[in-house]
Design a protein around this ligand. Structure first.
Ligand code: ATP
Ligand code: MG
Ligand code: FE
Length: 341
């Protein structure tokens, strides 16, 4: 099926076009620069930016795919989780297109879409697979028996998301927002063993698949403040590399352990933090050692985009999942086990 996907859960306006599991176009507009001076995404600004960017982005996507609106078989849209006002813009646009074109509408889970996007690059996911979903607002280990209908959470962060930790640590280091890419870059020149930052929730009595990044973030801030108080220069590259190592170490150790415990030998990474070069390299190394087949989408597909929503929508059409009702609404805290609604 030819499916158009609409993504507006945060600060990216994404419209993607897929045919089956083939990516035809992925048009993106972002308001990230407008949030930079606030150190985080401002919902009101994001919603307005989506409104302004939506129609041109749809036109770019359709033109890029070389298809006409009348070729579209179904429309998919992120129904949650995300910022309510931002989600509502995408929902309004998707509903309008579905209604005007008289095609079914699928309201999908943004997090499941972060997992589904890998199929555009590597083909059908093995089921069951384990998914490590690490983004700006979420960090979860998921068991995926059937990505079209059944996703269960094995564990999640008990405080900050991994991406949130990158963003906060970047701020402490005076690096721009969002913090993931500049930390990734700075870390290349640093020594990952320079500072032994804490690995949260890795004790023998801790929940095996839960994460905690708030203690790590605080430890980095304390370390940097101590340096500054002493009037010594902050070795930004070493701090970035050591912090990044702590995050990648915990994420990959827990993901590999979850695979082993559940007898699953396929792992897929998804979400913005999956773009991190050290996480990708360490996952590669540890999965190879454990006999796990690892799949990681290219960095541009890890961060928010419309293609991921179209990918999940296409899968739902093929699986014969019921489309959404016309009164489909936004759910800012849509649970991960609700793949579509
Ligand atoms: P969610 O998916 O939880 O709703 P989101 O949509 O804001 O949150 P994504 O776009 O999936 O999140 O990811 C954005 C996050 O990914 C930011 O926190 C950003 O710092 C982080 N990120 C992006 N690139 C990298 C990288 N190379 N290394 C580490 N983190 C990264
Ligand atoms: Mg973003
Ligand atoms: Fe996301």
């Amino acid at each position: 099926p030819l499916v158009v996907g609409f993504e507006t859960s945060c600060d990216e306006t994404g419209v993607g076009v897929v045919r089956g599991q083939t990516l035809l176009a992925d048009a993106l507009a972002t308001s990230v620069g407008e949030h930079e001076r606030f150190g985080g995404v401002v919902p009101e600004i994001a919603s307005r930016a989506h409104l302004e960017a939506m129609i041109p982005t749809v036109h770019r996507a359709l033109a890029g795919a070389g298809v006409a609106a009348s070729d579209v078989d179904a429309v998919a849209v992120t129904a949650g989780p995300g910022l309510t006002g931002a989600l509502l813009v995408g929902l309004a646009a998707a509903k309008a297109y579905a209604l005007a074109l008289d095609v079914p509408l699928y309201g999908v889970n943004h997090l499941a879409a972060h997992v589904a996007v890998d199929e555009l690059q590597h083909g059908r996911l093995a089921e069951p697979s384990l998914a490590l979903l690490v983004s700006g607002g979420h960090s979860s280990l998921l068991l995926v028996p059937d990505l079209s209908r059944e996703v269960t959470s094995l564990g999640r962060t008990v405080d900050d998301a991994a991406g949130e930790a990158f963003d906060k640590v970047a701020r402490v280091l005076g690096l721009p927002f969002p913090g993931g890419p500049p930390i990734d870059r700075a870390a290349r020149e640093g020594d990952p063993t320079a500072i032994g930052f804490p690995r949260g929730l890795t004790g023998p009595r801790d929940a095996p698949y839960d994460f905690s990044f708030s203690g790590l973030k605080t430890a980095v801030a304390r370390w940097v403040e101590a340096r500054q108080r002493a009037g010594e220069p902050v070795p930004v590259a070493d701090v970035a590399a050591s912090f990044q190592e702590a995050v990648a170490d915990v994420l990959t150790a827990k993901a590999v352990r979850a695979c082993r415990d559940h007898g699953v030998d396929h792992l897929v990474l998804g979400g913005g933090v999956a773009a991190n070069s050290r996480l990708r390299a360490l996952a590669e190394e540890r999965c190879a050692a454990a006999g796990i087949v690892l799949r990681v989408p290219r960095p541009g597909l890890c961060t928010d985009n419309g293609a991921m929503v179209a990918a999940l929508g296409s899968r739902l059409v093929e699986a014969g999942v019921e489309p959404s009702a016309p009164e489909l609404g936004a759910d800012s805290s849509l649970p991960i086990d609700v793949v579509s609604r």
